[in-house]
Write a protein that binds this ligand. Structure first.
Ligand code: BGC
Length: 739
């Protein structure tokens, strides 16, 4: 009996000890308390100095926590295609860790080309797990700046030319990342559509183009994706730098969209303390501190939001109202990431991630042209394949700017093909041209020796001689992420392929009729030889699994299903920004004179035939579309119409088709594009199989942005629903009326 009482009282003591412990946890550390309460509690315990310290970087990629209160530092990392290797505290140079080689995922243009929201979720989940394992709280990506010109050096990091496509793809990416307790930092907000003079160029754009073209992906990221962070951009808008821009950050992001997350600056994007205080920025990164102070130890204290901020508060020139607001945002981010008690541990460099990258790559590769069904390669009838071109061997995960990676491995197109073909055929190789012989970025080296000193004529002659002996010729060329060839900081200078590849391709076409050109790039390139080459494949930058994914398409293990997320113009002058001579602008200013007529909106409206259309991509099977039907012919502004269309696989192999819905406003008080993408669905169909695809249309799909009213307006009248396999391959149309 006595023993029983003893045990009972021990238990009671333990329970009450437990309760007391719970009660004693400070509110800000208590995960059971509402976030807003935790934020206010933490804030009330902090000194002004501690608060200011949170508003600027302490190293290249991290910002300060509150050590006294156990509030951790925030660690960020590029993004957006894999987790960047560790750099030194205060330098871009490598820290020399041996545990930071990541899986390199395909570039975001490739993700956009999948037109598959499930792929965006898979991408986000996988890269988020890699970030979490590497103890990163904020992933510096994805980038959603609209593809305005094929010369923009960073287009490969973005999601293409269409606001609807970019918006639909960014939302699942964000969800996938953030379920790991890692914030996405959607960038670069906003109007960062060129690299030339990127730190200063003032973008002049009308409100309608801003809201219809350049903002929707950011808005979706905030309101549907619920991103926890956003990065301001380098350029200016209405004369003010975007990292502390009152129109973009206060009026639109915070007030119109209700963003509660953190605004970080782009690295070195802050220029003014007062503006950074007042205009919506929360954390300042990458200020070129070396030029601000002779003493590097003091660098971070000299940031615009460091001592200068503290001084203004101490002198009473600014209050702490904005400071508290900034710290509230940062604390919210802390609770969701670094201090998230439920976050998983992540995983890194796994086979699962590699396979995710491969799947995305395989779904994003676009078969642009396939005359005489040259592809897929029938290995049973093939003795010899000649692979030509530098990009068949060059590592592409190193280079291109801040998205450069230290990949765990990267399978080149040549190695991927050789491995798959095995002893079934002979695979021979010739370089054909010399492009970029380098292979290092911020101290990460590819380790490849690409030195080649033979003259061009010899290389072409060797390649053509080899081509003549082969059943198939696979030319792998394009751009390569070196300066001016798809690279941050350096816009391209021409639409043409560099290194005289056009000449080589034309010669190869004469040498062998079974020529396949694989273009590796994140941008459209000119193809003066398009009529001489039977098969053309858009290969993007595909990451670790490049060679495996490309080979799977070339030999037909995978049926291509990617579609272009931007238009390929025949010539530069055909694309809108260049038609107006408004790229990259002059005297520090660029005016988006084309307004809303970006990408296919321009080509359609002006009746300009593109080289390859937005939304275009072929398959090894064929699809037959039924007629689009609707559940009614009229709708009101509060109503919806459901459109349906049947798609049948009429070929003899399984394949996926991206069914696209465009809307045409037949009569409007303002100029409208001939068509605008308002829905898409990717469907997998077995041979002979038919599936019905449905789209729900409401007034948002019919609206334009009325700048005068500062509101979206759907004008009553007649509309057309257009179903296409691309923006120019139209299958059927149906009229309906908005009452
Ligand atoms: C780029 C950002 C990047 C940052 C950090 C900047 O130069 O514009 O996209 O996240 O550097 O590397």
């Amino acid at each position: 009996m006595l023993r029983k009482i003893k045990i009972a009282s021990l238990l009671l003591a333990a329970i009450s000890f437990g309760t007391n412990a719970q009660d004693n946890v400070a509110v800000y550390l208590n995960g059971a308390k509402p976030v807003d309460e935790r934020i206010e509690d933490a804030l009330s315990r902090m000194t002004v100095k501690e608060k200011v310290a949170m508003c600027h970087a302490q190293s290249k990629f991290s910002s300060t926590g509150v050590p006294r209160l156990g509030i951790p530092e925030i660690w960020t990392s590029d993004g957006p295609h894999g987790i960047r290797p560790e750099v030194l505290w205060n330098e871009w140079g490598q820290a020399g860790w041996t545990n930071d080689s990541c899986i390199a995922f395909p570039a975001l243009t490739c993700l956009a080309a999948t037109w598959n929201k499930d792929m965006a979720l898979l991408y986000g989940k996988s890269i988020g797990e890699e970030a979490r394992y590497r103890k990163k709280d904020v992933l510096l990506g994805p980038g959603v700046n609209i593809y305005r010109s094929p010369l923009n050096g960073r287009n490969f990091e973005y999601l293409g030319e269409d606001p609807f496509l970019a918006a639909r793809m960014v939302v699942p990416y964000i969800k996938g990342v953030q379920q790991n307790g890692v914030a996405t930092c959607v960038k670069h907000f906003a109007l960062n559509n060129q690299e030339t003079n990127r730190d200063n160029v003032n973008v002049v754009v009308d409100d309608r183009a801003l809201y219809e073209i350049y903002l929707p992906a950011f808005k979706a990221a905030v309101q549907e994706g619920e991103t926890w962070a956003i990065m301001g951009s380098y350029n200016r808008y209405r004369g003010l730098h975007c990292c502390h821009n009152p129109y973009l950050l206060n009026d639109i992001l915070r007030n119109e969209w209700g963003f509660k997350g953190v605004v970080v600056s782009d690295w070195g994007g802050v220029h003014n303390t007062q503006q950074a205080i007042a205009n919506g920025l929360d954390i300042e990164f990458g200020t070129k501190a070396d030029s601000l102070t002779p003493n590097p130890v003091d660098d971070y204290s000299k940031y615009f939001l460091a001592t200068p901020y503290l001084d203004l508060i101490r002198k009473g020139e600014v209050s702490t109202k904005e400071l508290d607001e900034k710290v509230r945002h940062i604390l919210r981010l802390e609770f969701l990431t670094a201090m998230n008690l439920n976050k998983p541990f992540g995983s890194f460099g796994t086979q699962e991630h590699a396979l995710a990258g491969r799947k995305i790559a395989e779904e994003g590769i676009v078969l642009l042209q396939n005359k005489n069904n040259v592809l897929p390669i029938d290995l049973s009838k093939t003795k010899r394949i000649a692979v030509i071109g530098e990009n068949a061997i060059k590592m592409m995960t190193v280079g291109g700017g801040s998205s450069s990676l230290k990949a765990r491995y990267e399978i080149s197109p040549l190695d991927g093909l050789k491995k798959r073909v095995g002893s079934q055929a002979e695979v021979v190789y010739a370089r054909g041209y010399v492009g970029d012989q380098g292979g290092s970025y911020d101290g990460v080296v590819s380790g490849q020796n690409l030195i080649e000193n033979r003259p061009e004529a010899d290389l072409i002659a060797e390649a053509c001689a080899l081509a003549k002996t082969a059943d198939y010729v696979i030319f792998v060329g394009g751009l390569n992420k070196s300066r001016y060839q798809d690279c941050e900081g350096f816009d391209r200078q021409t639409l043409a392929l560099p290194y005289n590849q056009d000449k080589l391709i034309s010669e190869l076409a004469k040498a062998n009729k079974n020529l396949v050109v694989v273009n590796i790039s994140g941008n459209a390139v000119a193809m003066p030889w398009v009529n001489d080459v039977p098969a053309i494949v858009q290969g993007w930058y595909l990451g670790s699994e490049t060679g495996n994914a490309l080979t799977a398409i070339l030999v037909g293990d995978v049926n291509p299903s990617g579609k272009l997320p931007f238009t390929f113009p025949v010539k530069l002058q055909d694309s809108p920004a260049h038609a107006f001579g408004e790229f990259p602008g002059e005297n520090g200013e660029v005016t988006y004179k084309e307004g809303i007529f970006v990408g296919y909106r321009w080509f359609d409206t002006k009746n300009i035939k593109p080289l390859f259309s937005f939304g275009h991509g072929l398959s090894y099977t064929t699809f037959e579309y039924g007629k689009v039907t609707a559940n009614k012919k009229e709708m009101t502004a509060s109503d919806k119409i459901t459109l349906t269309v049947d798609v049948k696989n009429t070929g003899d192999r399984a394949g996926s088709e991206v069914v696209q819905l465009y809307i045409h406003d037949l009569k409007s008080s303002v100029p409208r594009p001939v068509k605008e993408l308002k829905g898409f669905e990717k469907v997998l169909l077995q041979p002979g199989e038919t599936k019905t695809v449905s789209f729900i249309v409401d007034k948002t799909a019919l609206s334009f942005f009325d700048a005068g009213k500062h509101a979206w307006v759907a004008e009553p009248g007649d509309f057309e629903a257009i179903i296409g396999a691309s923006s120019t391959d139209i299958k059927s149309k149906l009229g309906f009326t908005l009452k």
